[in-house]
Design a protein around this ligand. Structure first.
Ligand code: PGA
Length: 251
């Protein structure tokens, strides 16, 4: 870990009704009330966003959306716009999660627009990147990540970079129970920071790089001990308040 303030974000994906979300938040707030020196983010589904925002108001927990459209309004059935999220007080937005890229065909061009619009709208983007098993096996990890970062951040100036969070999520580690070793996660995060430094210079030192992929109470401490890992984006293990609180309170 570095002197960058860590971020621990829980991505609930398409889990939890509004009632389930409320019960979770009521338990969770007590468990993390004393957490300091860490930013805590919950990412519920759209239907629970406003309720989770209301229940966490005045607490040390931020709320993020899992996706966002780049237009302010329009004929885009099923989508949600920046002003809609702004109105309910959302802080951050996850962009380009591998599930969005795979199942909903989000590409780097769409994401570049979304990153710019998110910043202009006052959200902190959490831009995800990551390689598949095959890409790692044939030695394409670095090329894949470099492409996702350079293209996804195409509209960004260096001065804005520190307001962007990068989540490195190897696709082979998401929901599989197969976590990247701390060494692989560190090496890859360091490569990501180097790629950002080449394009943006010193601003890269301020960027928080989160690791995601089967983070659990049992492996968070060793991952967080690595120099270029500044937090975690947690899926499955964020669904139980006690587990996620243990991750937030990493040692
Ligand atoms: P996981 O998901 O922790 O369940 O592997 C991580 C993610 O997809 O953000």
């Amino acid at each position: 870990m570095s002197n960058r303030t860590p971020i621990i974000a829980g991505n609930w994906k398409m889990y939890k009704t509004m009632a389930e979300a409320a019960a979770y938040v009521n338990e969770f707030l007590g468990l993390v009330a004393d957490a300091s020196g860490v930013e805590i983010v919950l990412c519920p589904s759209y239907t629970s966003l406003a309720e989770v925002r209301r229940l966490t108001a005045g607490s040390n927990v931020k709320v993020a959306a899992q996706n966002m459209h780049f237009e302010a309004e329009g004929a885009f059935t099923g989508e949600v716009s920046p002003p809609m999220l702004k109105e309910i007080g959302i802080d951050d937005v996850i962009l380009g999660h591998s599930e969005r890229r795979e199942y909903y065909n989000e590409n780097d061009g769409d994401l570049a627009r979304k990153v710019v619009v998110a910043l202009e709208s006052g959200f902190r983007p959490i831009l995800c990147c990551g390689e598949t098993d095959d890409e790692r096996e044939v030695g394409n990890t670095e090329a894949k990540l470099e492409g996702q970062l350079v293209n996804g951040l195409a509209g960004i100036e260096a001065s804005r970079l520190p307001s962007i969070v990068i989540a490195y999520e190897p696709i082979w580690a998401i929901g599989t129970g197969k976590t990247a070793t701390p060494q692989i996660a560190q090496e890859t995060s360091s490569f990501i920071r180097g790629t950002l430094a080449q394009k943006f210079g010193d601003a890269a030192e301020q960027v928080r790089i989160l690791y995601g992929g089967s983070v659990k109470p049992g492996n968070v401490d060793e991952l967080m001990a690595e120099r270029d890992i500044d937090g975690a984006l947690v899926g499955g293990a964020s669904l139980a308040a006690a587990d996620f609180a243990r991750i937030v309170n990493f040692q």
